[in-house]
Design a protein around this ligand. Sequence first.
Ligand SMILES: C[S@@+](CC[C@H](N)C(=O)[O-])C[C@H]1O[C@@H](n2cnc3c(N)ncnc32)[C@H](O)[C@@H]1O
Length: 197
Amino acid sequence: MTSKIMSSIKNRATPNDKIYTPLKVVDIMLDFCEYKEGQLVLEPARGLGAIYDKLKTPKEYCEIEEDKDYFDYHNKVDIVITNPPYSILDKFLKHTYTLCDKFCFLIGSYSLTPKRIEVMNSNGFYITKMLLTQIPSWFQRSYIIVCEKLDEEPNNIIFKSLNLGNKCLYCALPCGGMRGKNIKHCKRKSNENECHY
Ligand SMILES: C[S@@+](CC[C@H](N)C(=O)[O-])C[C@H]1O[C@@H](n2cnc3c(N)ncnc32)[C@H](O)[C@@H]1O
């Protein structure tokens, strides 16, 4: 069942890559990856700027809709932080391996496959920290993964999980699950940064 849903999402005529990270989750990502001011940081898929706007200079970004294609970007940076476009995740990961020694991605739990981890390791990168969460209204659970280029596989990985509940992270109305005639639900779509109530 799950693989059917995943396949239908992946094979849409127009992939739904415009899923913007809620600002509260951006704070969690930046804290979790131990991003430090002064590092040259790249947001390779800026979208509406949820992550980029919270980064300190020096910072750079790419965004295909502004004709700044990530695959044309070749500068070395200290860290890459993003919620990448799902439909080209492998290509995004592969390019990221060439630009930095550390990156932090927000990715769907179904996307963190053994094959992808194997390819990551063969490129010298290992997951050093991961945080499991469920972003309210998103289809699947998500991982924030921090990956670093290391000489060998680390003995330990820091693993955390964070329950964000099922209320909208912007307006605090229920995003689903709760039933009752007096319960109003948030109508925000995942490509919006505000709610309509
Ligand atoms: C899942 S959204 C995330 C946006 C933003 N990172 C965030 O966290 O809110 C992915 C973004 O990647 C952009 N994108 C897709 N392909 C790209 C490419 N080749 N280079 C740069 N950006 C790309 C899409 O236009 C979209 O805005």
